[in-house]
Ligand binder design. Structure first.
Ligand code: B1M
Length: 222
């Protein structure tokens, strides 16, 4: 029999959001990511195991199936919805209870890019690390980032991109922000990036995961 984490992973992979959602038809009436995430946490599974054992591998399998033309954009979108439903239950587990804010972290997915799950995870964990979050959402251009830094002087900026086509848009954002607000630290992340790219575009730090982002910010204020 599947463990609760296996069930959760399968629900996300299938795009089963919650028990009432009609998609996918063959899972009608079955529990979805929403209920299974709650149950897994209530059963004592850790929030980080939910992420690393069930949710993130499920999204990797979704990406793989998409690459192999076994599923298409609508199915990928349903999986993203299921993942987001599960993530709602994780938020309290990443809160530190630290009331004094360490600073402001402006985060967004860059222009042309609609992928927000990784960005949301980063925001959630950085918030848990005691930072105030200004989440600009997805498809965010250089002017919006620049404006946000004007409104929050001294904030650190975080840029996320999931597409090889949109990661190029990071450079323009880094340039604009640094030109208008010298000294602003910019952190970048997302699956197609690496540190070589970070250096090329003039950003200050690259992290492959939310944990690295939290550690970097911690060092900045240490
Ligand atoms: Co898209 N998509 N997608 N997609 N999608 C990918 C990224 C892809 C790899 C799938 C594939 O082909 N195997 C591929 C990109 C190929 C490439 O460029 N190399 C792809 C494509 C091609 C597309 C479209 C072009 C498809 C189309 O329309 N033909 C289209 C583009 C739309 C657009 O953005 N303009 C598209 C659309 C979509 C959906 C909208 C349907 C949906 C997104 C919904 C949403 O986000 N709300 C979607 C999804 C779900 C995926 C996959 C399957 C999953 C992404 C995800 O959420 N992963 C993805 C395949 C994959 O990743 N395996 C895929 C889970 C998440 C936790 O990981 O986002 O990597 P990730 O975040 C990680 C790290 O990267 C890091 O921390 C996170 C946690 O570890 N991180 C940071 C991320 N940002 C960070 C910022 C930081 C630090 C770390 O500091 C600031």
């Amino acid at each position: 029999m599947d463990s609760i984490l296996e069930k959760l992973g399968k629900a996300v992979e299938a795009g089963k959001v919650d028990q009432n959602s009609p998609y996918p038809p063959q899972m009608k009436g079955e529990e979805g990511a929403d209920e299974l995430a709650r149950q897994a946490l209530d059963a004592g599974e850790s929030a980080s195991d939910l992420l690393s054992v069930a949710l993130v591998p499920a999204m990797d399998r979704v990406g793989q199936s998409f690459s192999e033309n076994k599923i298409f954009v609508p199915q990928m979108l349903m999986s993203a919805k299921a993942m987001s439903a599960a993530m709602q239950h994780l938020k309290p587990y990443f809160q530190s209870g630290d009331v004094q804010t360490k600073g402001t972290f402006i985060v967004g997915t860059v222009k042309g890019d609609l992928h927000d799950i990784g960005k949301n995870l980063v925001a959630m964990m950085v918030e848990g690390g005691g930072w105030t979050i200004v989440d600009l959402g997805v498809d965010v251009n250089e002017d919006t980032f620049n404006q946000a830094v004007s409104e929050h002087p001294g904030a650190v900026v975080g840029l996320s991109a999931l597409l090889t086509t949109t990661m190029a848009n990071m450079e323009v954002i880094v340039q604009k922000v640094k030109e208008n607000h010298p000294g602003t630290k910019v952190l970048v992340g997302g699956a197609p990036l690496n540190d070589e790219f970070r250096e090329k575009i003039g950003a200050d730090f690259y992290s492959p995961d939310p944990r690295g982002a939290v550690e970097y910010l911690k060092e900045l204020v240490a």
